[in-house]
Design a protein around this ligand. Sequence first.
Ligand code: NAD
Ligand code: TYD
Length: 347
Amino acid sequence: MGETRYRRFLVTGGAGFIGSNFARMLLQGGAERVVVFDKITYAGNPANLRDLADYPAYEFVQGDICDPAAVGKALEGCQAIVNFAAESHVDRSLLSASEFIQTNILGTQVLLEAAVRLGIERFVQVSTDEVYGDVAEGYSREDDPLRPRSPYSASKAGAELMVNAYAETYGLNAIVTRGSNTYGPYQFPEKLIPLMITNVFESLPLPVYGDGQQARDWLYVLDHCRGILVAMERGEPGQIYNIGGGNERRNLDVIMTLLDLMDGPTELITHVEDRLGHDRRYALSTERLQALGWRPETSFEEGLRETVEWYRANGSWWRPLKDGRFTAYYQQNYGARARLNLETPGA
Ligand code: NAD
Ligand code: TYD
């Protein structure tokens, strides 16, 4: 990390996919103190952090960001908060939105309150390109209007507005990052890329929502984490930074590339009912962050290859996730039949 402005961090949601990669990056960079604060929901996994125990600077606290007392205690001695904690899966938000409002909006507000009360020097809100909504053409810029279209993205947009409110009202030194679709090691196998990789390993069908022509801008997780670091270190207070990989791909093309890499049979591809309100395309302009010296360093093909190899080598990490809570949830809620049941959300 070299000489850095911030050295003592609270990383909320740090037992999840991106947060655990970020906590590892901070420790490898020589951070003085990294407190991972995580509720350990279905998506939080202490196994993501196992190798961090060797760092004296690392501490793990199990707690809920909606709990002001627990947050206040965990923040002792920290300079900066990097908030990854969230309900993060769009399909789950279609089945039940209340946890999304609770954690993503209320939880963020609790963190903001604590940050002001305790004089935290920097607050980083990790947000998403999904707040721009469906972008038929062109590239979203940070000053474009917020047009979220799913309960997930609406809750993330709500959280951003709260961050802005605390920055404006109380002078909190806060920034927002809007990352694009991220992939890589430690991603819970409910999201497109790890679901497809692990299903190929298990010879299970690959469920393609609708026509599979929806496009996402894919970002390797370590490029995302570096982007957050750069924005945290060099970003202007109150500013928003897009972080995109510059790899726009349609879902079916992603799946075909994976099948090619893994030597998997195309017969596994199964078209299922489309997601309700499915955003067709997200795409980001990243000029603002590039002006601070950040660039994505991993090509999509290289990142996919590394990710496939990681899942190949780490069956003991993902198999229990697919065998247990996930499979029950998946069988109940996914697949064409289940998606038709979405008429009764939360039922
Ligand atoms: P994830 O679902 O893998 O991890 C979320 C983590 O937050 C889990 O460890 C979970 O236990 C924890 N958590 C949930 N509720 C909590 C609560 N109330 N208190 C404390 N901890 C709680 O998600 P991810 O993919 O790593 O995403 C991290 C952040 O990045 C999220 O805010 C998400 O919106 C954002 N983001 C994700 C992507 C992506 O493609 N995955 C892209 C852009 C932005
Ligand atoms: P996902 O990984 O859920 O991310 P997001 O919805 O936040 O972009 O999905 C990425 C894309 O892949 C999205 O267009 C939905 C699609 N998708 C499928 O076609 N099949 C699946 O089983 C999943 C999980 C996603």
